[in-house]
Design a binder for this molecule. Structure first.
Ligand SMILES: Cc1ncc(COP(=O)(O)O)c(C=O)c1O
Length: 482
């Protein structure tokens, strides 16, 4: 045995480094909340980072792993920092992060039951729990997959197989595909990507206009469907967002599901960000109608406190989950005999995958579903509070009342025209990013540039939000006077 291999697998070295890493991460969690001058983003340009890490990489001395861990923590983006208010990435609950280590070392690759006996079983339990949290009925169930993008593709492949009038998985798309789905222009781009992966092209996406709240205008569904039929398209599905990425708007799910029932269309809901509202008393009205969907995607790495990536794809009829990647037409007699719930690669895009379910299971077991509901309620409440602060400030404009924990607003002094305000807000956001004290992003609402916060951090306070508005004001004045 090579001594290097012995060294790499030495249990005592692992113990020592593991203890040290957990200490470093605990210090990081503490520093995020208690160290005034710690930055959310220690900004460096891509070239600066490349040069730093290339130098580090090529240094000939044997590197201490502990130093490397410390440097990664120090130079990374700090999602646990209360002034991180940018993207829809959750600061994971530490217990869920620990299960990632378990998954990484045990490496039960899960494609088949034999190499993931615990994780395959747990996956059935947590997807069953998710289906019942969404109230999707007795036949509901699903799988876990690597991210909402993969989740949307998985669900839409099932929709296509279920709705097409021939075995499209086996025979492929016909020369000139006429298949299409209907959704709003606010839907996450992963849905359009799925359409294109399936070979339907741009004409396969029928964009239904939104109302002033950026929700799909359900009154226009009939007209859009008729127009698609007139153009020779076969609409197979309608996709609703719960909620949209840019503004956090919830589509009218009840009305959309009634429309789908009437026309025998598959109803898919992208609930990657906001389906968790189902777990709260205060906000569950937002997802009314989700229980009628044929498929729903839920990202546990967004509003459900798990590290990336952990996505559930839930089908109203769990049998449909076998149709997504059916190697033989699943409706042919006898072809289902190899199907079972525990060899999960039958139903996932991935062959090998992480032991995803253990993150969800650990959080539910340690804290119960109240952890999720407390977290979501807190975040959505804080967004309402922030919207009130914005409305009280005459130099800021709120794009729309937030439904979720996403707030779009902009600095809009009276003396500027719209284009100048766009430009100024772009510059403000850039300046904040480079300073690193606050992290927010920007988006387009209609054609106008808005600043956007997603309040993902449970430790972000009203005081942080007041400071953010003040910092934006100061930055704007500095930029104007340059
Ligand atoms: C509504 C929505 N759907 C899907 C996705 C894609 O999810 P993922 O990044 O997990 O692939 C996102 C990401 O932000 C999203 O906001």
């Amino acid at each position: 045995m090579s001594s290097l291999i012995e060294k790499a697998f030495d249990p005592e070295t692992f113990r020592e480094y593991g203890h040290d890493l957990v200490d470093q991460l605990a210090d990081y969690l503490d520093a995020c909340r208690n160290t005034e001058d710690m930055k959310v983003l220690p900004w460096k340009t891509p070239e600066e980072n490349l040069s730093r890490w290339e130098t580090d990489f090529t240094e000939p001395k044997e590197k201490e792993l502990k130093e490397f861990f410390a440097a990664v923590i120090r130079h990374s983006f700090h999602f646990h920092h209360p002034k991180n208010m940018g993207h829809q990435v959750v600061p994971p609950a530490p217990a869920a992060a620990l299960t990632e280590l378990l998954s990484a070392l045990l490496n039960n690759s899960m494609a088949i039951y034999e190499v993931g006996p615990v994780s395959s079983t747990i996956e059935k339990i947590v997807t069953g729990w998710t289906a019942s949290a969404l109230n999707m009925g007795e036949k509901a169930g699903g799988i876990l997959t690597s991210g909402g993008t993969t989740g949307n593709l998985t669900a839409l492949l099932a929709a296509r197989q279920h709705q097409a009038d021939y075995d499209i998985w086996e025979l492929g798309t016909k020369n000139e595909s006429t298949l299409a789905l209907m959704t709003s222009a606010e839907t996450h781009y992963s849905v359009a990507r799925a359409v294109k992966i399936m070979g339907w092209g741009e004409k396969g996406i029928i964009k239904v206009p939104v109302n002033e709240r950026r929700e799909i205008d359900h009154h226009l569904l009939e007209g859009c469907l008729q127009q698609a039929k007139d153009e020779g398209k076969q609409v197979v599905a309608v996709v609703g967002s719960a909620c949209t990425t840019s503004t956090g708007s919830y589509d009218p799910l009840e009305e959309m599901s009634a429309f789908c029932r009437k026309h025998n269309l598959w109803f898919h809901i992208d609930g990657a960000h906001g389906a968790g509202a189902a777990l709260t008393q205060k906000y569950k009205h937002l997802i009314k109608g989700i229980e009628k969907a044929d498929s729903v995607v839920v990202d546990f790495h967004k509003m459900l406190l798990c590290p990336a990536l952990t996505t559930a794809v839930i089908f109203k009829n769990n049998d449909c989950s076998y149709e997504t990647f059916s190697q033989k037409a699943s409706y042919l007699v006898g072809s289902r005999e190899k199907e079972n719930w525990y060899d999960i690669a039958q139903r996932t895009l991935e062959c090998t995958k992480k032991m995803m379910g253990i993150k969800i299971y650990a959080l539910l077991q340690a804290y119960g579903s109240k952890l999720f509901s407390d977290y979501i309620t807190n975040a959505y409440d804080l967004a309402e509070e922030f919207a009130s602060l914005i409305k009280e400030s005459s130099d800021f404009q709120l794009a729309l009342e937030p439904a979720a924990n996403i707030v779009c607003f902009r600095w809009e002094p009276a003396h500027k025209n719209s284009r100048q305000v766009d430009e100024l807000n772009r510059k403000i956001r850039n300046r904040l990013k480079e300073e690193g004290e606050f992290y927010i992003v920007q988006t387009l609402v209609g054609h106008r540039v808005y600043l956007r916060v997603t309040l993902m951090n449970p430790f972000t306070s009203r005081k942080d939000l007041i400071q953010l508005l003040q910092r934006i004001r100061e930055t704007a004045v500095t930029l104007e006077n340059r």
